[in-house]
Ligand binder design. Structure first.
Ligand SMILES: [Zn+2]
Length: 118
């Protein structure tokens, strides 16, 4: 199928961001079911309109069961540095884990440090 026109995709992106805001609000007030439903709708919109879910929002839900993740409530977040630096997120709804490497961030920090000395 043809790509959706840019104006429509822009609108879809705005709607996705809004849905995640709603999901967060619901999760904070304890209504996880509704929160997960918002994530579901946001994902469907992103697929229908060919819009990527922004990186920072992609990490707000579980890649396996698509439930909204709220640290301290339904997910566990840990940082591990060996053998490579990564953030480990354990979803407490399905028990699966997702890892996000942060090697690049570490390299950039080191670069900044050395350049400051010059
Ligand atoms: Zn999960």
């Amino acid at each position: 199928m043809a790509r959706k026109p840019p104006w429509l995709r822009r609108l879809a992106l705005r709607e996705i961001v809004r849905l995640f805001e709603l999901a967060e609000k619901r999760a904070l007030s304890g209504d996880m079911d509704l929160s997960n439903r918002y994530v579901q709708i946001a994902r469907k919109m992103s697929m229908k309109y060919n819009v990527r879910i922004p990186k920072h929002l992609k990490r707000r839900f579980c890649k396996h069961c698509y439930s909204y993740l709220l640290p301290g409530r339904n997910c566990r977040v840990r940082v591990r540095s060996n053998p490579y630096p990564r953030v480990v997120v354990t979803c407490l709804s399905c028990g699966k884990i997702t890892r996000y490497p942060y090697l690049e961030e570490k390299k950039n920090a080191r670069r900044k440090k050395t350049s400051r000395k010059d």
